[in-house]
Design a protein around this ligand. Structure first.
Ligand code: SAH
Length: 214
């Protein structure tokens, strides 16, 4: 799956995308991530990407031209929907991640300041997505959150040993969250791992886990 991310802070993605599962999936070509600096598309002689809002008020608004041109450019390589990170969008969920994972690609627009000019939304945004009811300073973390959650639904992403079936929010848990997890040591600060989990009795373990879904 191909992800294109439009941002004015491309470096914000470097550390997260170069660790652990995302790093591995990139190396195995399961996902392909392209981060684009919106500023490089600006036709302004000082490469400006923002301006004061019409009608007055605090803060700055991202101008339409650089974002519009950046989207036009990435659309040559990515036919997926254009997602605008926005606190006023539809709230992102497990189900939404699953649905988005069916696309061959996704294009993310990360806003900054007071957000982006309304005309970009009208011209080229397919969906506005929020990651929760709070306001962040930019859309970079929302893009990382969505990319991460969507990637977990790509069949090869988690590898054979890990199943999505028994995870929190999955249909098989019928709205419940995962059971408690324990690892070594068997006793820590006086708290013991439940006997049944150490018993090797698969049937009983299954039963215990079912009972302890939250
Ligand atoms: N003035 C806006 C907030 C802008 S925050 C308002 O009142 O709604 C700047 C940018 O951060 C937004 O354009 C968006 O891209 C991103 N952002 C902030 N909070 C977000 C959230 N909860 N979900 C997704 N994106 C968010």
């Amino acid at each position: 799956m191909r992800f294109d991310i439009l941002t004015i802070f491309p470096k914000a993605f470097e550390s997260y995308f170069n660790e652990s599962m995302i790093k591995r999936a990139k190396a195995k070509k399961i996902i392909d991530i392209h981060v684009h600096d919106i500023r490089t598309f600006s036709k302004d002689k000082h490469k400006k990407v923002d301006h004061i809002p019409y009608g007055g008020g605090p803060g700055m608004v991202m101008t339409p031209q650089p974002i519009y041109d950046a989207i036009k450019y990435v659309k040559k390589f990515n036919k997926g929907p254009v997602l605008l990170m926005s606190p006023s969008g539809e709230t992102f969920t497990h189900k939404k991640a699953q649905k988005l994972a069916k696309n061959k690609g996704l294009i993310f627009i990360c806003g900054r300041y007071e957000g982006i000019d309304e005309r970009v939304k009208k011209l080229c945004v397919d969906e506005e997505i929020s990651i929760g009811e709070y306001v962040l300073t930019g859309g970079e973390m929302p893009a990382m959150v969505i990319l991460d959650a969507v990637s977990r639904f790509i069949p090869e992403f988690l590898g054979k040993e890990k199943s999505l079936e028994e995870e929190s929010f999955s249909e098989s848990l019928e709205g419940k969250k995962e059971y408690p997890q324990y690892t070594r040591p068997p006793s820590f600060k006086g708290l013991k791992v439940p006997e049944v989990l150490q018993s090797g009795h698969h049937g009983k373990i299954k039963e215990w886990r079912k009972k302890h879904l939250s």
